[in-house]
Design a protein around this ligand. Structure first.
Ligand code: NAD
Ligand code: KPL
Length: 305
């Protein structure tokens, strides 16, 4: 098996991972959308990582998805709605037993990817690191955090796991990755849509705590019914802690909406509503929230799924 890290998506998280792996001497190849993006990247001379005072450029080799050669290890660093189509295009290059690390927030895209790559091992990740693109090919490492990785189908970590520590990527292998992803999804459902609807920073929700707590109640019941009791524990307390700790921040969904970008709602609140319907759980408040959010997105001319 080749030890090259193919990284699809030179956006915020993909660039952050690519620069740290390359800095540690790991073989990295970026996979870019098309020949135009490839030419623009080559003209820029590489990816630039801005980390506090330090600014470093890494001339990481790049290619398009139809380049020759098999892929054994793929870091999928695109948005949830792009994940399955991206893997479908790469499928002819995926070696039997290839490993795909899925960095997508929310739930649902992991199953869509697995359908496109039935012979690959899908490793799910949940990240609390924060990065944003200052401009094309230049990423700012804004928020130190942590990464949990796991595979619901196989408890043993992949042999390359030590690469992450060597590259200074804080990470832990966990058998409870689904619980982590559900918990983050629940936090995002309780906070992000309301920040869009009330047009406020996370701290603005302190003025809407009855609404927040009502959502947490329904989310906790849903998590229990989905077989995720740990993710349901003290959810309302954690949501309020996060609102206070991030009071001055705008949620990721708020930022997407205000930059006119498509949101990941289908894999967050949308996934919660679909799961509730499957399990026969009544979630009137979450459904009403979903309807209000969909109307709001449509009114702005943004995709509502
Ligand atoms: P991003 O939009 O900055 O980057 C995604 C990149 O993927 C874009 O450059 C896009 O052009 C590229 N892409 C999409 N389809 C492609 C294809 N077929 N071929 C090649 N490139 C393709 O997104 P991001 O902020 O890095 O987020 C990625 C995922 O990580 C999301 O699910 C997000 O919710 C999650 N996440 C992000 C952060 C963060 O701080 N940015 C933190 C935690 C989780
Ligand atoms: O993850 C977040 C986001 O903005 O997406 C927080 C800060 C937890 C709010 O839900």
């Amino acid at each position: 098996m080749s030890s090259t890290w193919h990284i699809l998506g030179a956006g915020s998280l993909g660039s952050l991972w690519a620069c740290r792996l390359a800095r540690a001497g790991k073989a990295v190849r970026l996979i870019l959308r098309d020949t135009q993006r490839l030419a623009a990247y080559q003209a820029a001379g590489g990816l630039t990582l801005v980390e506090q005072e330090r600014v470093c450029r890494y001339a990481i080799p790049a290619q398009t998805d139809d380049a020759p050669g098999p892929i054994h290890r793929l870091l999928l660093a695109c948005k949830a709605y792009d994940a399955a189509p991206a893997v479908a295009r790469l499928a002819p290059r995926l070696a039997h037993g290839a490993e795909i690390v899925l960095l997508q927030n929310g739930l649902g895209s992991q199953d869509e990817v697995a359908e496109q790559a039935p012979h690959a091992r899908c490793i799910f990740a949940s990240s609390t690191e924060g990065a944003f693109r200052e401009q094309d090919w230049r990423v700012n490492f804004a928020g130190h955090g942590f990464n949990w990785l796991g595979d619901p189908a196989k408890p043993t970590p992949p042999e390359w796991f030590a690469d992450l520590h060597e590259a200074g990527i804080p990470a832990q292998w966990t058998p409870d990755i689904l619980s982590r992803l559900w918990r983050k999804l629940a936090l995002n459902c309780a906070i992000n849509p309301l920040t869009v609807l009330h047009d406020c920073q996370n701290g603005g929700l302190l003025g809407h705590l009855t609404e927040v707590c009502g959502l947490c109640e329904e989310l906790a019941v849903l998590l229990q019914r989905c077989g995720q009791p740990l993710a349901a524990e003290n959810l309302d307390e954690e949501v309020q802690r996060v609102i206070l700790a991030t009071a001055a921040n705008y949620s990721s969904m708020y930022q997407d909406v205000h930059h006119g970008r498509r949101t990941e709602v289908h894999y967050l609140l949308g996934h919660a509503c679909r799961s509730a319907a499957r399990h026969g759980v009544a979630i009137d408040r979450l459904e009403q929230l979903h309807r209000r959010l969909v109307d709001n997105l449509r009114a702005r001319g943004l995709p509502s799924a």
